[in-house]
Design a protein around this ligand. Sequence first.
Ligand code: LCS
Length: 393
Amino acid sequence: MERERSFGTRCVHAGEGHNPFGAHATPIYQTSTYVFENAEQAEASFSGGPGYKYIRSPPNTPTHAAFISKITSLEDGAAGLAFSSGMAAETALVLAMLEKGDHLISSDVIYGGTYGLFSKLLPKLGVEVSFVDTTDLEKLSSSIRKNTRLVFLETPANPTLAISDIGEISRMAHEAGALLAVDNTFATPCFQRPLQLGADVVVESCTKYIGGHGDLLGGVAVGSEKAISAMRRMAVSAGGTMGTHEAWLCLRGCKTLHLRMERHAENALHLALYLEGHPAVEKVNYPGLASHPQHALAARQMSGWGGMLSFEVNGGVQAGRSLMNSLRLCSLAVSLGSVDTLVEHPASMTHAVMPKEMREQMGITDGLVRVSVGIEDKEDILDDFAQGLERIS
Ligand code: LCS
């Protein structure tokens, strides 16, 4: 049997080739509809047959098909769908998998937009939602109800980098007759393959590391043929299809994903160790530090620590603000996973939608600063934090 190609080779090659006119790069098929040869062919296509029909209907365009094929290979899935944003992928997931009377369990530490979707939209549709500390398997077990249909994990979690046990939780979810979905935005398939660990669906914001350059909005869902089939109809109806140019940019982004992720992780570990040893820093959250509460679990289920960290400086919110205002190389901005280093304040920016009491309980304190560590030379990133911390010490 032929050996499956390694991850880096799949980043470069999977899903590509067989282009018209011998084109080396996959072309951007800038078309919204397709011309049929005759009425019979059109009918066959619209009654579930193969072929391209209309840009909103998967497989959308050959550019989308190449990207979906590549990301499906990288996530070790069987099928995938491309969306206009990570939120569009999550919206299609919950609308497809849940109905009135069902119960969703979600990690309590999640991106603020996801919290907004689950806490505001789903109850309107008659879906019960519980936000649970999914790092605690006993708490999770006692939260499962008869009507639990979906467990949603974000691991590593935004912004505290909490890690949940995907393998163990997939067993618990399946035993209860529920599906497991994992948001793999922070780790990317380079460092974590939730489907291999037992998850049914992976969702991911491509706006982050997949695109990789802070210049696009996109999302994907990858899973078994059965799980993705269940979402396909909803993806068409909800209409949040990825744009063709974005699909092409994501296809290109994937080609260097393995290289970028290694450098993001190398720089992040370097910065985390520096911050942990700095007298002006109270606490650092990074899965690669021995002090991280789920360090051993992260070492088991991830093949790299990733490029995200968060930390608290002595002096709380005021000191954190002064630090962010004094950085010169690193930019103050939301989003993450870009080649450049971005710093933000979760309590007033990405997670402002969460009630303060809930935030505090989960460790998203007013003094917490989140860093998406870029791929610059690490000495320059360190120098910038050193001069910033000096000003507030
Ligand atoms: N999942 C995670 C873990 C995220 O961090 C985000 C966005 C999303 C899903 C949604 O993806 P989008 O629709 O934006 O493509 N996170 C952001 C953040 O931390 N800052 O700005 C956006």
